[in-house]
Design a protein. Structure first.
Lengths: 391, 135
């Protein structure tokens, strides 16, 4: 029995919508089967919270007197891109504060950067702006300094070109020295295996062929409301998949946008990756409307069925060899250890499963309270196997 | 038998004296040095795990105090900023003891201070920098 987004929205408005999380639907399908679940459930909520480097915010600073065409700008000494209109800037999550020693004293600590600036703004803290220019007839100002806060900014939008990776590598280190990566500290000789996905709770793994997610989908973003703007950079759907369509390699991604006002530092946290750089941990939750049984079948996916590739980050990843040491399931990863080359390797996650769960629960509450309605996507995300009719 | 982890601060006039060996010889205490450093102004810092009979431990600690060494329990030294911890679990990769472990039901990271040997590896490996050193 097929449902439409309009019908589900009517049920949300009447307070009648049945909403479950991507964890809860697993048990429901086991107990009642796909058909009955599809008939009773209207929506499945997902969640993920992890470092997402391809993130940043567009900020309009408002005009100074005299006016200045900002040529160079720094926020708390972190350079912001200003090669756009006069007082628009983009602060990127991985930009490092000037005078940071970087990796000169290895491994660098990278204590403060763009991700932290965004967290500070969202937390309501003042951020120091410093801007320089060369002066023009219409914009004579050459120097501008002031403290800004989110409340006084004309506009401030989070706009992340690549978030919520559908599946990701499990990073290990085959070399004989410690390495410091964007996947965390990797101890030598397969000392540990780090992964970064919420698995069965992760948004894009619950709709693997993008049958419901597209441009304009309304989402939980950083504790506030946002939208899927486009497919993310490096979006790739031509990857190996399990029988049920889940990619076994990093695959789809989304670009997301949302007003920084209304967001919460609990779901938008500046990260420092030892020896690597700074980043921003972003919380994202996507509601999946139960349009038909196929949606239920996909959303009921369990960690046991989701596979991730194990990749060596000492040689294979940096050199781009493409070699994969094997595949492991998210159930194994979450159990605390996996086996690689016959050796038991302890696992650690960079993605917070407990916070992913919290996001899926929060989104469920928002929908139940009628505060969050579904938006009809203008166009679904590109997906080669779906477009070829493979499911 | 008791086992305690303690942080000792030595005044500079005591830095060159064989205080720890006396703990072994005269008080029968086993020790394990977890951390040792001398600052530029020659104040010594020593983190010890002491094992022995309770009465010997008490006498040994009194001896240290008599030498002018200040003592504090180690458990206060590494603390977690609960506001900043996102419970990702990146720290599990570097913790050499079971002080940091994941509760598989809640999927939250538990911090058992009693198991912490204050190696400080988690401090920089923590992405939101939630692990703090308090001496």
């Amino acid at each position: 029995m097929a449902k439409t987004i309009e019908e589900i929205n009517e049920r949300i408005s009447r307070g009648e919508a049945v909403v479950v999380t991507a964890e809860e639907i697993i048990g429901l399908v086991e107990k009642k089967g796909v058909e009955e679940t599809a008939a009773t459930v209207d929506m499945v909520t997902t969640g993920t919270f992890g470092p997402m480097c391809s993130s940043g915010a567009f900020i309009n600073l408002g005009h100074a007197q005299p006016r200045i065409r900002v040529h160079r700008a720094w926020l708390n000494d972190v350079p912001a891109y200003s090669g756009i209109a006069a007082v628009d800037v983009y602060i990127g999550a991985t930009e490092v504060a000037v005078h940071d020693p970087l990796n000169e004293v290895f491994p660098g600590e990278f204590r403060y950067g763009g991700g932290h600036v965004i967290e500070d703004l969202v937390a309501g803290r003042k951020v120091h702006l410093r801007a320089e220019s060369y002066g023009t007839d219409c914009y004579p100002g050459r120097h501008w300094e002031k403290d800004i806060s989110l409340a006084d900014l004309k506009d401030a939008w989070l706009f992340n070109p690549r978030n919520a990776y559908q599946n990701y590598n499990v990073a290990v280190n085959l070399s004989d020295r410690v390495i410091y990566t964007y996947m965390g500290v990797l101890r030598p000789n397969l000392g540990n295996a780090n992964y970064c996905s919420a698995g069965q709770l992760s948004p894009l793994l619950n709709d693997p062929l993008f049958r419901t997610i597209g441009i304009g989908t309304r989402i939980f973003l950083g504790g506030g409301v946002g939208y899927v703007a486009w497919h993310g950079t490096q979006h790739n759907t031509e990857v190996p998949r399990t029988e049920r369509g889940a990619p076994t390699r990093p695959a789809g991604t989304i670009a997301v946008i949302g007003d920084l006002r209304g967001m919460n530092p609990r779901y938008l946290t500046g990260y420092s990756m030892l020896g690597y750089g700074v980043s921003l941990a972003v919380g994202i939750g996507i509601p999946i409307p139960v349009l038909d049984e196929e949606v239920v079948r996909a959303a009921a996916v369990r960690d046991e069925e989701l596979l991730a590739p194990v990749v060596d980050y000492s040689v294979d990843y940096p050199q781009g060899t493409g070699r994969i040491l094997g595949e492991v399931s998210y159930a194994q990863l979450r159990s605390g250890s996996i086996v690689v080359d016959g050796k038991e390797v302890p696992t650690a996650s960079l993605s917070s499963y407990s916070r992913a769960r919290e996001i899926a629960e929060t989104l469920k509450e928002w929908i139940r309270e009628g505060r969050f309605l579904l938006a009809c996507p203008a166009e679904l995300l590109p997906c080669a196997p779906r477009d070829k009719g493979v499911s | 038998m008791v086992r305690h982890k303690i942080v000792l601060h030595f005044p500079h006039e005591q830095v060159d004296k064989p205080i720890v060996s006396k703990l072994v010889r005269d008080y029968g205490l086993d020790f394990n040095i977890l951390k040792a450093s001398i600052t530029p102004r020659e104040e010594g810092l020593l983190v010890l795990e002491l094992t022995g009979k309770e009465s010997d431990y008490e006498r040994g600690v009194q001896y240290l105090r008599d030498c002018g060494v200040s003592i504090q329990p180690l458990s206060q030294d590494i603390r977690r900023n609960e506001e900043r911890c996102t419970h990702c679990g990146a720290c599990l990769a570097v913790c050499p003891t079971d002080a940091l472990r994941l509760d598989r039901d809640t999927m939250q990271v538990a911090f058992e201070q009693a198991e912490c040997i204050a190696c400080e590896l988690c401090v920089k490996a923590c992405p939101p920098r939630a692990m703090e050193i308090h001496y």
